[in-house]
Every structure is written in structure tokens, then in C-alpha cells.
Design a protein around this ligand. Structure first.
Ligand SMILES: [Zn+2]
Ligand SMILES: [Zn+2]
Length: 398
């Protein structure tokens, strides 16, 4: 595939940056070292640097020409609270923390594009390089940056983000218009009955029996209460009640997660869940309460911007490197907050099908995201940086 020669020449330097970030993973909102590295690099390149958005986020602004047109490109910077099992030289130096999702690579790719555009870019307008903290674990760094005025201070006509995808060949881009990643929501259900002697159930209101029925009733909402064409996943992941063999407890707690691809289905599911929780508890003489927390909204790619981004990838790398109907993911992504406000698209880049890790030991599993043996594929760095650079030039045509 044909890449920008000026970026290919920087491949080794980009690898060094990527591995440096990989070796020093930092968790959500603690990305001090990473954001300092990013800010330093951006100011060396002559960009206007704004640090401290969403605590540890950084925005680099690059202007060319006179146009007010603008584009935002986003890389996430945080690592995961998990141990790394790799043994190569650049593996994590911070015990219990690991770049297991490739955000080290996303950051390095975007820095590569910033360098190219600062030195050679031909465009007319404003590029906002958004280095975002805290994508993982529902921390919503995207929302934190928006709460700090991201789009008011750095207006973007369009915004794009990119994630590596293991199992897809290197340099194959995935696009999808419309709902692409699920909303992520958590719930807590508390059933208050009346505790008592297990040998005299008629003198108590047993919350465990209600909880057992409630699991089934909630699950039936998936098949009976929404249009079968719409997707929703409801998983009960915790049930807590009781401490003794001979005591009916007074309370049972149920927890779990709900995923949907649209806000409409989410609204419907939440209200139906609330009805089941209160009325089923009431039917048994208990009280039930649902606490529902919406973490990340569904990620819905804008059709026009997605098509534009896919057309460009096809023009640059050929139709065999473009999947215009990449399958939707049940995972979540806080880039969805941006897309609620600004047109744009979230795309995927293949991280490779096989093993590209610097060391491979027997018995080590496939290179999957959030796996202790994952590593971002350095071969992607010039590909992603080339794509970002060309996307800017195609959007802000000089
Ligand atoms: Zn992740
Ligand atoms: Zn990720």
C-alpha cells in the first residue's frame, strides 16, 4: 500500500514513541506522563497546545490558510488496570497497568499525522488534535473534555476517531454508517421484603423468591417487549442476598448491564424494567427499586461523513482494503458523546490476523484487545498517520 513517504521515513521514531507510551501505561485521568509527552511533542512541532481539558486531556491546534473550516481527530491515551504478560523490552513498567487496548498506538499514530501536517500539510482551515483521557471502564473522558468546553473552545465541523481491530488484516479499514457500538448502562435493583425464620416463611416476605422470578421477567423483556429487529442485551451479573441457612433475608440486590444500539430502545427497556421491578415486588408484598445509570450512549456514525471517510480510504489504499459494512460491536466507546454533538465517524483499522508481537511464547493466546498478551501492531503507525493526514487534506481542501 502506498503511504506518505515523509511519514514512512518517521516509522522508527513513531515506533519509539509508541513503545515508550506502552512501557509507561497510566490509568483513566492519571495520564500525566503521557499527556506531558504529547504536549511536548505538539509544541516542538509548532502547534498551539492546550492542556488540562478533562483533567489530563490535551488539544493541539494547527492552522493553515484563512478558512475557518475545522476538523477534530481524536486519540485516546489511557491504559487498563490489568497485568501485562508480555516479556519484550517495551512491556509495562507499571505493575497492574497495561496498554491492552492499543491506545498507545492511537496516540502515536495521531502524533505522526500532526508531524506530517505541521511540516508538509496542504490544507486550508483548522485541525484540532484531540488527545483524550479515560476512555476505558466507563470513565467518560470524552464527556469530561466536553464539560471543559472542548467544542466551544475548539469548534469542529466534523470529528473522527479510529480504533485498531485485532483479527482484521493490517491496513484494512472498517466503516459502518449508523449504530455501530452499543450504549453501556448499569443497573442496581434492591428488593426489600421482610426477613424471618426460614421454617416459617408465611411470617416473612421472601426477597430471594422475588429475585428469582425477576431475573426471568427481566430477561423476557428482551424477547417480548421490544421489536425483535432491534438489538438489546440484558445480563444479570450479580445477585446478593442472605448469610445463613435458616434465615430468610430482608433484602436482595440484583445488578447487571444493559446494551442497546439506540436511545429509543434504551428508553423503552429502562421504563419496562422499572415496571417489572416495582410491580413484581409489589405483587409479592415487597418493594422494589431500580437505579439505572447510563454510562456511554450508543455510538451512531453519521452517514455522509462515514461515506466520505470510506471513499477516501478506498482512493488511498484500494477497495480491497475497505470494509464498508464492518460488523457492529456490542462493546461501548465514549466517542459516542462527540457524535451526539458533532457530525463525524468512528472507524476501525485492522491490527493483523496473526501474531506480530515482539516475543511469542508457547501457550500464549491470540492477540486480542484487553488480553494480557496484546500488543499494538507497529506496522499500523504509518498507515494510520497517512490516513489521518489525507483525511485532513481531503476535508480542508486548500
Ligand atoms: Zn478497551
Ligand atoms: Zn480501546
Amino acid at each position: 500500500m502506498k503511504l506518505l513517504a515523509d511519514i514512512e521515513r518517521n516509522h522508527e521514531a513513531l515506533i519509539a514513541i509508541r513503545r515508550d507510551i506502552h512501557a509507561h501505561p497510566e490509568l483513566a485521568f492519571q495520564e500525566q506522563r503521557t499527556s506531558a509527552l504529547v504536549a511536548k511533542r505538539l509544541s516542538e512541532l509548532g502547534l498551539e497546545v492546550h492542556a488540562g481539558l478533562g483533567k489530563t486531556g490535551v488539544v493541539g491546534v494547527l492552522r493553515s490558510g484563512t478558512s475557518k473550516r475545522s476538523i477534530g481527530l481524536r486519540a485516546d491515551m489511557d491504559a487498563l488496570p490489568m497485568p501485562e504478560n508480555n516479556r519484550f523490552a517495551h512491556c509495562s513498567k507499571n505493575p497492574g497497568k497495561m496498554h491492552g487496548c492499543g491506545h498507545d498506538g492511537h496516540t502515536a499514530m495521531l502524533l505522526g499525522a500532526a508531524q506530517y501536517l505541521a511540516e508538509h500539510g496542504k490544507f486550508d482551515g483548522v485541525v484540532n488534535f484531540i488527545f483524550q483521557p479515560a476512555e476505558e471502564g466507563g470513565s467518560a473522558g470524552a464527556k469530561a473534555m466536553m464539560d471543559d468546553g472542548l467544542f466551544e473552545r475548539f469548534p469542529c465541523d466534523v470529528v473522527y476517531g479510529m480504533h485498531n481491530l485485532p483479527g482484521v488484516p493490517v491496513g484494512v479499514f472498517g466503516f459502518r454508517a449508523g449504530p455501530t457500538m452499543a450504549s453501556s448502562n448499569r443497573f442496581d435493583i434492591v428488593i426489600n421484603g421482610v426477613g424471618g425464620h426460614a421454617a416459617q416463611p408465611h411470617k416473612s416476605v421472601d426477597p430471594i423468591l422475588i429475585a428469582a422470578q425477576m431475573v426471568q421477567a427481566l430477561q423476557s423483556l428482551i424477547t417480548r417487549s421490544k421489536n425483535p429487529i432491534d438489538t438489546a442485551v440484558l445480563s444479570i451479573t450479580q445477585i446478593h442476598a442472605g448469610d445463613a441457612y435458616n434465615v430468610i433475608p430482608a433484602q436482595a440486590v440484583i445488578r447487571g448491564t444493559l446494551r442497546t444500539y439506540s436511545v429509543e430502545v434504551l428508553d423503552l427497556m429502562e421504563s419496562n424494567m422499572r415496571r417489572i421491578v416495582t410491580k413484581l415486588s409489589e405483587a409479592h408484598g415487597a418493594t422494589g427499586e431500580l437505579q439505572f445509570l447510563r454510562c456511554y450512549p450508543p455510538l451512531i456514525n453519521w452517514p455522509k461523513e462515514t461515506e466520505f471517510a470510506a471513499d477516501l480510504a478506498e482512493k488511498l489504499f484500494g477497495a480491497d482494503h475497505v470494509d464498508r459494512a464492518t460488523p457492529p460491536h456490542t462493546g461501548s466507546e465514549d466517542f459516542s458523546f462527540y457524535l451526539e454533538k458533532v457530525p463525524g465517524s468512528y472507524l476501525f483499522i485492522g491490527n493483523g490476523e496473526g501474531d506480530h508481537r515482539a516475543d511469542v511464547y508457547e501457550g500464549i493466546g491470540p492477540c486480542e484487545l484487553h488480553n494480557s498478551n496484546y500488543d499494538f501492531n507497529d506496522a499500523l503507525l504509518p498507515i494510520g498517520a497517512t490516513y489521518w493526514s489525507k483525511l485532513v487534506e481531503a476535508t480542508l481542501t486548500a
